[in-house]
Design a protein around this ligand. Sequence first.
Ligand code: ZN
Length: 688
Amino acid sequence: MTEPTTNPLLQPWQTPYGLPPFEHIRPEHYVPAFEHAMRAHRAEVDAIAADPEPPTFANTVAAFDGCGRDLGRIERLFFNLTASETSPALQAVEREMSPRLAAHYSAIHLHGALFARLEQLHARREALGLTAEALRLTERIHLDFVRAGARLPAAAKTRCAAIEERLALLTTRFSQNVLADEADFRLTLRDERDLAGLPEDLRAAAREAALERGEAGLWMITLSRSLVVPFLTFSDRRDLRELAFNAWIRRGEHDTEHDNRPVAREILALRSEQARLHGYRNYADYALVDRMAGTPAAVARLLGAVWEPAKARAAAERDALRAMALSHGATHAIEPWDWRYYAEKVRKARYELDDALLKPYFPLERMLAAAFDTAHRLFGLRFVERKDLPAYHPDVRTFEVRGRDDRMIGVFLSDNYARPNKRGGAWMNGYRWQSRANGETLPIIVNNSNFARGPAGEPTLLSADDVRTLFHEFGHGLHGLLSDVTYERLSGTHVLRDFVELPSQLFEHWAFEPAVLKRHARHHATGEPIPDALIDRMNEAKRFNQGFEMVEYTACALVDMALHALPDPDGVDVTAFERAEQERIGMPREIVLRHRLPHFGHLFASSGYAAGYYVYLWAEVLDADAYDAFVEAGDPFDPETAERLRRCVYSSGGTLPPAEAYRAFRGRDPVVGPLLAQRGLADARQPA
Ligand SMILES: [Zn+2]
């Protein structure tokens, strides 16, 4: 047991900007530090509840927002590391602590004396003379307590807490199982026959992956999206494509200790019980109450508006793929492991465009600079690299972020390469959130992605899809960095789930603006800017394969909503459900769900996106419509529009209801037309 006085997690962090002193922290520091910080947090909460003074905003709501700071600091560090740079020791701590933390927060949310004070204030909130932000904070904190069960009878409260605790354990197990499956699989390529069709840069990335896993001199495809997707796109070896594809889509679905099917089943049963305890028919109803969409019916309307047009578009795309396959003498049907392969050939034939042509213009370094420059032109930000600051891995780059007047506004960590001990996908998170209530607190924001590293001494080249991902996460990053609020509970990305993808998806638009490409997309060897003809062809190809993309995404959102609308999911067989549901919606047989249920981390690695995978499409209605504001202004960097965007969206965090924030930016409610046009679904029967 480490004493608090020697445990670096419990000391003030004397590093520049209060970054975590990564190099001094060892796995065994966490459990005692968590225990100490939970006790301290509980004591603070007890003191707020026991205050003899009648409740006021300051002594109750603001005091509650400001307590538990040590615990929050340790938690954010810990869960950032278990995602970006985990180890068996950290995973063991995670399995131990996740349920204990859930129990801790349940106990606080079910603290009768504290809730009584919040109830009183909430009832009189309009009469308290609060600022709009303070009013919003009062409502949000009160709602957190209600949704945790604070108003329920004693027996139901106890059960709610037990459910939370069990869910924390199960969701942790779910993501650890996926990571184990991803780490287990490797397709080793030994000679030219195995490499047939693969472009140079993919060969280089596969060589690098093999080297990292101790097979120097060979080539390796792992289940990292940045390796397996290009492999499925380019490999001429249909047998190997099938092998890799099947491993990829079966993650989490094996009769081993890492089988996620029983884990998902139990999670669903618990969520359903949780919803019923709160008086809702099913989990979807319960989840949607606290979303911008409001009801499953509103979600169904949006998904319905795109599903049939997307399928029609995908059917036209499939016919084009079949014709392409035939022209190569292949008479077989298009199978899921053939789609990307022939789509790439169609794209090349139709637009003279392929990734091999584009990638030399998208070196990671330059694309990161492009994202920084876009933030500069829109919001006046400057990113200054600090190589001397502590980081948790040599790949991580650390930047000071400065505003217009050179004022320091935050720290940005950029962690871009795939590693075996890193979760798949790409995400943004915070090591610290911006706030002012307890002294000026600057945000420390991290972006993670899983790009395949270029060979030693050569740049990492991104695909167009990778560039989009980089800008997407950077949009989330800006949402954290530009946050300008008083209370931590409302800071940055602490907004309703179906609003959180607006700043990220909106930022993607700038990645492919000709003005940005001309300036930053330069050939890694010659420095030549990307040719106009290539930009034109990229533009023409923008709607290519959108039927496929919309089908693989929308089907997931439909399955998610149906699954979480089950009134009694006890004992549900998730793979059988998935099959039946796809049958019901008429899923094209050549396309597989973008995330199958046994590895659908959005739904089962936490509860954030449960009955919520639709949020990307919901936010896309907003981002397509929002970007049109710049189009209408005639300038992708129109200063006035950018300033309004900063004020109403990127800086305002959760201080406003999202519909209000959007209206303040756009002057009206969003419309769905720009989304349909953007996806080429407005007239889906036209050739793709
Ligand atoms: Zn996102």
